[in-house]
Design a protein around this ligand. Sequence first.
Ligand code: UGA
Length: 434
Amino acid sequence: MNLTMIGSGYVGLVSGACFAEFGANVTCVDKDESKINALLNGKIPIYEPGLDDLVERNVKAGRLSFSLELEKAVKNSDLIFIAVGTPTRRGDGHADLKYVYAAAEEIASYLDGYTVIVDKSTVPVGTAREVARVIAKTNPDADFDVASNPEFLREGSAIGDFMRPDRVVLGIESDRAETLLRELYRPLNLISAPIHVTNLESAELIKYASNAFLATKISFINEISQLCEKVGADVHSVAKGMGMDKRIGNKFLHAGPGYGGSCFPKDTLALIRIAQEHGSSCRIVESVVEVNAAQKAAMVSKIRSAMGDSVSGKKIGVLGLAFKPETDDMRDAPALSILPALLDKGAEVKAHDPESMEEAKKILPETLQYCDNLDEVVTDADAVVLMTEWNQYRGLDLEDVISKMKGNVFIDLRNVYENETMQKYGFEYFCVGR
Ligand code: UGA
């Protein structure tokens, strides 16, 4: 089976490499020359555990290649995946579809024989039908179907999510397209991964509704964490007790500094806009977005009050910048709103992150100092803030840390440590909802 992946960003690259691993011949195409050149030279432009090995193996096996030339790839393809970016459009919160439609228009004239065009990008309801319209208008003779195949990959564990999915969602409206897509995903039959076939609109909505629901769980537990602090409850224990009910489940109930990343913030806003456009209300998701912003702001207040109501002139060492561990992605990371607020209030902030410092330098204020190692972050700090729960911050040598610090305040925004242990080492310990 020959496949073109348009867009070699996070989703396109991971999906392309995984489809190649399944046995398909995949060409990943991108307009970004530097990205394609890097990939041709064996360099992976993003940090995702296991992706480098997967790419290398499949390139060597001749199943995975990279190209700037769309025409050749499209002509040879049975399936074409559109995996270009759909960023939030500036000003109105809509997903920006210009790259999706540009891709549709461009491939239309190159189509040669029956081809299935699959939307993999996260796109508003109705986009697949519009893609079909654009292709049919540009090339009335084209023999094609469109399908929607949203991804459910988490950054940091994307390959595992692809290889062992909870489900594969296929929005398809023709038997011919269904046969091809089922064949592509056939290796997953071995692990009995469920394939949910539905219409185009439902598949598109499943993606937004799933992300919005997960974001709802997080905002819900974050709001409960605030109440826990007021009434003397422990949010860990509350979440555990709730999660034991199988109808609720124990996943995505970790209180923290608010969700970030390239998906939840963008997709919750887009879902609200989709609902508005169709005259439907989306009040729960609106609240989820509000609560998330409030949670990030509450973290700034928490840090201030832990430091005696003022951070001015204080030295704060920050562990972690990325929106979650195992990624260098800084998009909508809580650090992006929390750290500028601390710097504005006169704090001297230095930070470390195993992977995201290069990205962070592009977007965080220049006054933020970057450290090469943990020692530098904690030395002379009045307070240490644990922002992202990388493994290397989970097992800190606490005795060493406190001996190097000037103060003894430790603010754990990810609830990694336990109060009693921290007190034993002499820390004044603050966390979220406990
Ligand atoms: C998310 C979804 O989990 C994927 O299923 C989806 O495919 C992806 O978005 C997407 O649409 O592409 P991702 O953004 O990579 O994946 O990361 P998550 O692990 O879901 O975490 C998102 C944010 O929520 C992070 O900031 C994380 O720290 C936060 N989070 C997560 C919590 O604060 N508490 C939790 O219990 C779980």
